[in-house]
Design a protein around this ligand. Structure first.
Ligand SMILES: [Zn+2]
Ligand SMILES: [Zn+2]
Length: 350
């Protein structure tokens, strides 16, 4: 289990590690510049090197992720905004590489109604330019990927389904420097119901089929103020939202996910994740792991009254089209607006 948290960044960087330690996190995520301003923060090479050393020497923090600037919009039809966005991504990636970060998590942006298909090429070009022109990864340091974060599905946001993310990765010839960060709240808001073991299994298969499970490098672990399919980005503290411990447990307990860094981006008491939020997150993972370990034991059935809680039992009747759809070619077009395609049965890859 690896519970991380978004913590405060700041000019010296190293204090972020301490901030993570203080609340009991084992991974951290930071903004390397003010997330709502274009102005890049410049870091001297020594500051970046210091961070790498501090991280390497640190006994408990295993990963550092950088969250890219929110203003970036690689899907913008406005050329000037697009160029600013690329430049900003380049800078974010330079810092991430310099720090030895495990990934720069990125909201791709919004096509503002122009349609996803019409912006795929410009987004792919932006990724290529970033990989090419960012400051190189220091010798001996693991390369820092760009991790596309799934979107909650508001307006024309790109990355609202795994299908869209798959299309972006394909457009970059499956560049291995592109990865995925799944935000549990965004996924919920985009209509993906993972709150049962069956739902999660289906999702994980879908991730693997569309982008490859190895590209999934971390999750943002958040509860939701918005209902399933509500298409808005509103994080809640763990167990205080519409997903709850019971709904999150199957996802974070899944064998392919339980060891990934799970980064809290919860409001806490208004100032971000606290120690108690980390504790709650650990409990969710523990509950989730039990779901799978219990079902691995042949003797126990779902109805047995074992000690382990079965928090998602009531969710088993997930609303679905009445009959199982045969795997026909009902081509879900790449440009579809439906954000909830992500785990829908759809045409096989390639
Ligand atoms: Zn994000
Ligand atoms: Zn969010």
């Amino acid at each position: 289990m690896n519970i991380g948290a978004h913590v405060r960044g700041g000019g010296k960087l190293v204090p972020s590690l301490e901030a993570g330690v203080e609340i009991g996190a084992t991974s951290v995520q930071i903004f390397t510049q003010s997330p709502r301003m274009w102005k890049p923060s410049q870091y001297a090479p020594e500051v970046l090197a210091n961070y790498r050393e501090a991280q390497a020497a640190h006994p408990t923090i295993t990963h550092t992720f950088c969250h890219a600037t929110y203003l970036i919009n690689l899907a913008s039809p406005d050329r000037e905004l697009y160029e600013k966005s690329v430049a900003c991504l380049v800078h974010n990636l330079s810092v991430g590489r310099g720090m030895g970060s495990s990934g720069v998590v990125l909201h791709v942006g919004s096509h503002m109604g122009a349609g996803f298909d019409s912006v795929i090429r410009q987004i792919a070009e932006a990724f290529e330019r970033a990989f090419e022109t960012a400051d190189p990864t220091p010798a001996g340091v693991k390369d820092c990927p760009i991790l596309i974060e799934n979107a909650a599905g508001t307006g024309g946001t790109v990355g609202r389904s795994l299908e869209e993310i798959e299309a972006l990765i394909s457009a970059c010839a499956h560049d291995e420097r592109l990865g995925l960060c799944i935000d549990t709240q965004h996924l919920w808001a985009s209509g993906v119901d993972y709150s049962s073991v069956a739902g999660t299994n289906k999702l994980v298969k879908e991730i693997d089929r569309r982008v490859g499970i190895d590209r999934l490098r971390c999750l943002h672990l958040n509860d939701s103020k918005i209902e399933l399919g509500g298409n808005r980005d509103r994080h809640a503290n763990i167990d205080e939202g519409t997903i709850g411990t019971a709904g999150l447990a199957p996802l974070v307990g899944h064998p392919s996910i339980r060891e990934l860094p799970l980064l809290l981006e919860v409001p806490g008491g208004g100032d971000g994740p606290r120690a108690e939020d980390v504790v709650k997150a650990r409990k969710v993972v523990t509950a989730g792991v039990k779901l799978y370990d219990a079902s691995a034991k042949p003797a126990k059935t779902a109805t047995s009254s074992t000690a382990s809680k079965k928090p998602v039992a009531k969710k088993s009747a997930v609303k679905k089209p009445a009959t199982k759809r045969p795997t026909t070619k009902k081509p879900p077009s790449k440009s579809t607006a439906a954000g909830r395609l992500a785990v829908k049965k759809s045409t096989p890859k390639k």
